[in-house]
Design a protein around this ligand. Sequence first.
Ligand code: GAR
Length: 210
Amino acid sequence: MSRPKVIIFISGNGSNLQNIINNIDSDFLKMDIIAVVSNNSDAKGLARAKKAGIETIVIDTSNKYIDQLLALENTYDIDLILLSGFMKILPKDFTDKFYGKIINLHPSLLPKFKGLDTYKKALIAKEKYHGASVHFVTSKLDDGPIIIQGKTEILKNDNEDTLKDRVHKIEYNIFPLAIKWFVENHIKQVKDKCFFDNEELECPIEHLSD
Ligand code: GAR
């Protein structure tokens, strides 16, 4: 069977992209990244992709950009789209078209703290835990069935940076795991629910790393 073809959307640093590239190199993920797409031409992740020999595409999201996205579909056979620090909301036409094939990484224990500034929000809310979620994408922001979450206890002296460091480490574990499950056909999105080996996931898988 041929290896799944994956497009990864980023906006910035791309440390999760790098982690995925490393997981492909080590053969943990048996798939190929056919392109990295960014709305930000200065994204460090683009340099990471180029260094790995992956094609990069910059899109202009300042106006309606659905046509640029649909052009991807005409150019590539796409099995999976990963949102790996992509800070724009995808148009509904696109999420509908690729329903069940888009997975997002978000730095919070969804459904808590959708959108931006999740570390700040968790600290202000005096949460006991913060973490990251990997979920299938629907047309609603940071919505869609959650596949896996990992959490860390918020410590007395935590600030946004210390918390972010620990959550990133969690992301480096849970994102490749969820991707592997997709690529190996264990998980799928059906009617806004996540199924694992054909059993509906009543609640997200909890990753115990901390
Ligand atoms: C990650 O923490 C990811 O969860 C977050 O952006 C960061 C990207 O880091 N995504 C979102 O906030 C999307 N709502 P990276 O560029 O170093 O991988």
